[in-house]
Design a protein. Structure first.
Length: 282
């Protein structure tokens, strides 16, 4: 795999009970940061993996039934700031961004998509289709906000399903195959089904030779991977498919246990992000 620069930084967060994300979790509300991957490719330039929260999320959830989303997961924009300021704080200018990779189309992953016009959107065709399908109530109960996906996205979309298949390095086993989205083996989209329609992660290799799997919402925390503890059925059945979710979690559990050098980063786990940054320092 070609090496890339990589930073994993939060943009906003939400709160909800831990037990909704992991069986046996606490009934108390916990903070779930929305992480964004800033990828510095040696040839393609800067790409983002997801966008985290944005003020557009509040606009998209002003009316009913979309307001249910905001009530279910209260959002905190502390530390997010305005888009140009947040980018600058992380060493990126808006004009530097050459593409955005969307793991899936839930509002907390794409709220900033409107901030990145006129560049390719790498995503799952099944995920984009789900945003346009069904009633507004049906979509919001599945975490989908159509207002966050402008009509131009279809024209910019580069679908994972259309990219060439490629074998993953042994460091990601038992995950064995992905889609080579840039055609150079550097960024490999990996289907991680179960959470929702069109849910994918991303495999990459950092400049300091670390293998990383961005797991998005295939799991909400590192401890859920270690203990192989899925969310309760009510969560997985509402958003996606319970049996498939649990099969994917089992593969992540095995990958972590089998590959000591592999960093698996769930999008909403502060502890995993902190451990990854600490390893960077060391």
């Amino acid at each position: 795999m070609k090496r890339v620069g990589f930073d994993w930084v939060a943009r906003g967060s939400c709160r909800h009970p831990e037990i909704m994300t992991m069986s046996g979790g606490s009934l108390c509300s916990a903070d779930f940061p929305a992480h964004v991957g800033i990828i510095r490719h040696p040839d393609a330039g800067v790409l983002l993996f997801d966008t985290g929260y944005d003020e557009a999320f509040l606009r998209a959830t002003q009316r009913w039934p979309e307001r249910l989303y905001r009530l279910a997961t209260p959002v905190d924009f502390t530390g997010a700031g305005d888009w140009p300021g947040w980018l600058a704080a992380n060493g990126v200018a808006a004009g530097d961004i050459r593409g955005v990779i969307v793991s899936h189309f839930h509002g907390d992953h794409i709220a900033g998509l409107h901030q990145i016009p006129d560049v390719p959107v790498y995503c799952a065709g099944a995920g984009l289709e789900s945003v346009r399908r069904g009633s507004r109530l049906r979509r919001v109960t599945q975490g989908l906000l159509g207002d966050l996906v402008g009509p131009d996205v279809e024209g910019r979309a580069r679908f994972f399903e259309d990219a060439p298949a490629i074998a993953l390095p042994a460091a990601f086993a038992p995950l064995v195959e992905g889609r080579d989205i840039l055609g150079d083996g550097s960024l490999i989209a990996v289907e991680l089904p179960g959470h929702c329609q069109g849910h994918w992660g991303l495999a990459l290799r950092t400049g300091d030779d670390r293998h990383v799997l961005l797991a998005a919402d295939a799991v909400w925390s590192g401890k859920a991977i270690t203990a192989c503890r899925p969310p309760p059925r009510i969560t997985t059945a509402l958003l996606g498919h319970t049996r498939t979710y649990r099969e994917t979690l089992g593969k992540l559990h095995q990958a972590q246990a089998s590959n000591s050098g592999l960093a698996i980063l769930p999008s909403h786990c502060a502890a995993s992000a902190a451990a990854f940054r600490q390893d960077d320092v060391v």
